[in-house]
Design a protein around this ligand. Structure first.
Ligand code: OAD
Length: 249
């Protein structure tokens, strides 16, 4: 009898345009906690107080001290895990063309994926809230909080705070990809946050097969997902890739 892993491997081996939508779960095995659920960031920090654009505008010192400094420490140390590496290998094999990620950690690019749409921005860069000058996060000195630009404007990460718009180019391109892919891999997202959670729905409406990798079920699992691989991203990607490599060797 064909296993679910084999079924997904067959599907991916035949696919000419697979797209991945990823969320915080794919980076958990890199030591970055998710947002929701047990041990999640929003269990400790109220996002409306420390991750909303109005909070940043009103009290940037607190947002820097409570949210941004901690993120910088975590992300500085994080390295891609087998989940990220598996998606990079799928691109190398000519199966995966693009990743739409809700993550701001830049780990897909470090793993080797070349077309990554940063739906919620990126922590790799900061910009000045006065003159918009861009800074590499690694160049930012933490000697004063909040760090400031040469023009004295306050620096902020290039991430989408609550209350801000999704970058229009990312939104448009994600929609186009969802409309034209034949398989969508949905990895490590709770699918609670819109409009990202709607991307698999668009793909499904346009005929794509939806494969979900997550140890828990989500609002997509019973309504949108065709094949649900219930497990951690790293181990599951290794198993799927093991089967794909057998088919091409
Ligand atoms: P969540 O924290 O909401 O969900 C993480 C998902 O990962 C859950 O469904 C977990 O079951 C799953 N998970 C946990 N460990 C995993 C593992 N090892 N492998 C695979 N999956 C695992 O994260 P997102 O869905 O990414 O937005 O959250 C979406 C957005 O909400 C974030 O981008 C962020 C947040 O507020 C902004 O900051 C704008």
């Amino acid at each position: 009898m064909t296993t679910l892993i084999e079924e997904v491997a067959d599907l991916l081996s035949r696919s000419s345009k697979t797209i991945a939508l990823t969320g915080a779960g794919i980076s958990v095995e890199s030591g970055i906690p998710p947002f929701r659920g047990k041990g999640g960031v929003w269990e400790k920090i109220d996002p409306m107080k420390f991750a909303h654009i109005d909070a940043f505008t009103k009290d940037p010192v607190s947002v820097w001290n409570v949210l941004i400094k901690g993120m910088k420490d975590l992300l500085d140390k994080a390295r891609p895990n087998d989940g990220h590496k598996g998606l990079a290998r799928l691109e190398e094999l000519g199966i995966l063309t693009s990743i739409i990620t809700q993550n701001v950690d830049g780990l897909h690019q470090v793993a080797g994926n070349t077309d990554v749409i940063e739906f919620h921005g990126s922590f790799i860069r900061h910009f000045c809230s006065e003159c918009n000058r861009i800074y590499a996060t690694t160049d930012i000195k933490m000697t004063q909080i909040p760090p400031r630009c040469d023009c004295n404007g306050i620096l902020r990460p290039d991430i989408v705070f609550f209350g801000e718009m999704i970058p229009p180019a990312a939104l448009m391109r994600s929609q186009q990809l969802a409309e034209t892919c034949d398989v969508m891999l949905v990895v490590g997202t709770s699918a609670f946050v819109q409009p990202a959670a709607y991307i698999p729905v668009i793909a499904k409406q346009n005929g794509a097969v939806i494969v979900e990798i997550n140890p828990e079920s989500t609002p997509l699992t019973n309504q949108v997902t065709d094949l649900a691989l219930m497990g951690n991203a790293g181990e599951t990607m290794n198993r799927v890739l093991g089967e794909i490599e057998k088919r091409i060797s």
